[in-house]
Design a protein around this ligand. Structure first.
Ligand SMILES: *Cc1c(COP(=O)(O)O)cnc(C)c1O
Length: 500
């Protein structure tokens, strides 16, 4: 079934379509017509015989549009969106920091932007050198022994790390069945373990928001392949017991996988190798900066210790006799291939530019400023909102909904009201273990003035809620392009095609 005929099977009165129409922007397919074109193409008289059976028999169905129509369509759409270039974007765990324009400039250099992955190897020495140097830098920063650059994002990095661990056990003839995951983990952790065929055992968090060490010890045995731990964890807290945890995990012959999405908080300060970690993904788009709103592009290289280095996937870039080569053939131990070609090369260029322009001292300052900014917010807001766990936080601060008790205002209402204040909401209802969680990550790139402004707006809202102004919350957002959407329909009832 092609996309057009599928479109007909959707009812046209779905929420989303109606909403889009209500903000007065037609779909690009509705704007287009066959008589218009943005390019001037000569009539050609080649015959179908020339290309034989591969000659297209049906119209491709692209809309005909003039160049200004295309530009206006996309510029107008972009103006309906909120982006980090407009204001603070404090989505906890997502690390929505400023993306230096230098990275963009370098990624757009013609020599990089116009490369094709199937070019002869002697014509791509430059990008291979960049990937080789980026790998060296990532290994230096993490202290680990080997890296696979190809995973397409953090979630695929997890898959890469767990497949390497699985391969390591299979090569030893040791068939283990379980992976342990703390209850505060990001959903990608248990789904990765399940995808790799493991049973998942959840480890509860203790009253301080960290993994319960005693219960972990009880659950560790010779059936456990790995513990997947996030550090700093999704409560914005450093797992202080990590050395003891690594020791216990290793004592039963298992591996310690670290979800490195929060590496922003410790980059340049702590080498994961010194924490007993065997494998960890780095979300280059988070810690090392690439615009990643709207779902991409990401990149999730995986660094591993010497215990796992021979199991990593191909391809790899190696230097042989001063030339760069692509290792494509699987070694006997590698678990295979994850991704076409090399992964997200544009993100490698941005990450490499970011690392070089910061230098070792600059990266260390990234972590220090990220933690300082989060703690600044925590200390300014702790009298008005409720901080879930006491003590200093790392790069993100976790509020719960206790301060809204008795107000009939929910975390969701509070977040929607933030939109009317002109700021993007924080991550809400995650981690799942905290009631009405509001996970707030200012990142290191916000100024003191912007943090003060952010805090004032949140204090205002907290006071409105407590003073019983429920109406303000019920009706928000009123200033956004769209009002309050049906969140369930927006997630479950996607309309991705247009209907004629
Ligand atoms: C973002 C994130 C992931 C997933 O990473 P993607 O790059 O989005 O695939 C996993 N764990 C945590 C804690 C995250 O914040």
């Amino acid at each position: 079934m092609n996309s057009r005929s599928r479109a007909h099977s959707f009812k046209s009165d779905r929420n989303i379509i109606t909403e889009v129409k209500s903000v007065n922007q037609s779909l690009i397919f509705e704007l287009g017509s066959a008589e218009k074109s943005g390019v001037d193409v000569q009539d050609c008289d080649f015959s179908a015989n020339l290309i034989g059976d591969s000659f297209r028999k049906e119209k491709i169905g692209l809309p005909g549009l003039s160049e200004p129509e295309v530009i206006r369509h996309f510029v107008n759409l972009s103006k309906k969106n909120y982006s980090i270039d407009e204001g603070i974007y404090p989505l906890g765990s997502c690390t929505m920091k400023h993306n230096p324009r230098l990275n963009e400039k370098l990624a757009r250099l013609e020599g990089f932007a116009n490369l094709h992955p199937l070019q002869p190897i002697n014509t791509v020495q430059g990008i291979l050198e960049l990937m080789f140097e980026l790998s060296k830098n990532l290994l230096e920063i993490t202290g680990m022994d080997a890296v696979a650059l190809s995973p397409a994002a953090g979630a695929q990095g997890e898959l890469c790390g767990i497949l390497a661990i699985k391969q390591a056990f299979e090569k030893k003839g040791d068939n283990r069945s379980k992976i342990l995951v703390p209850d505060s983990a990001h959903g990608t952790n248990p789904s990765t373990a399940a995808l790799c065929g493991y049973d998942i055992e959840s480890i509860p968090s203790n009253s301080e928001g960290r993994i319960n060490f005693e219960i972990l010890k009880e659950k560790l045995n010779s059936q456990v392949a790995a513990l997947m731990l996030t550090n700093p964890n999704t409560c914005g807290l450093f797992e202080n017991d990590i050395l003891k945890i690594a020791e216990e995990v290793h004592n039963v012959g298992a591996y310690l996988y670290c979800d490195g999405a929060n590496f922003n908080a410790i980059v340049g300060k702590v080498k994961p190798s010194s924490l007993g970690i065997d494998a960890m993904h780095l979300n280059l788009h988070k810690t090392f900066s690439t615009p990643h709103g709207g779902g991409g592009p990401g990149s999730g290289p995986v660094v591993v210790s010497s215990r796992l280095s021979s199991y990593l996937p191909i391809p790899m870039v190696k230097m042989v006799n001063n030339k760069f080569e692509i290792i494509e053939k699987e070694s006997i131990d590698s678990f295979g291939r994850l991704k076409a070609f090399h992964g997200q090369v544009g993100t490698f260029i941005r990450a490499y530019a970011y690392i070089l322009s910061h230098g070792a001292d600059g990266l260390k300052q990234v972590a220090e400023d990220a933690v300082l900014n989060a703690n600044y917010i925590q200390s300014k807001l702790k009298k008005y909102l409720t901080v879930r766990y006491s003590g200093y936080c790392m790069h993100e601060v976790l509020f719960d909904d206790k301060f809204l008790k008795g107000t009939e205002v929910s975390t969701l209402d509070f977040a929607k009201a933030m939109i009317d204040k002109g700021i993007h909401p924080m991550t809400i209802y995650f981690p799942l273990i905290v009631s009405g969680a509001m996970l707030t990550e200012p990142t290191e790139t916000e100024s003191k003035k912007d943090l003060d402004d952010f805090c004032e707006k949140l204090i205002d809202l907290a006071e409105e809620a407590k003073s019983g102004n429920k109406n303000l919350f019920d009706s928000s957002p009123t200033k956004a392009v769209l009002g309050r959407l049906n969140e369930t329909a927006a997630a479950k009832d996607l309309v991705l095609t247009y209907s004629e």
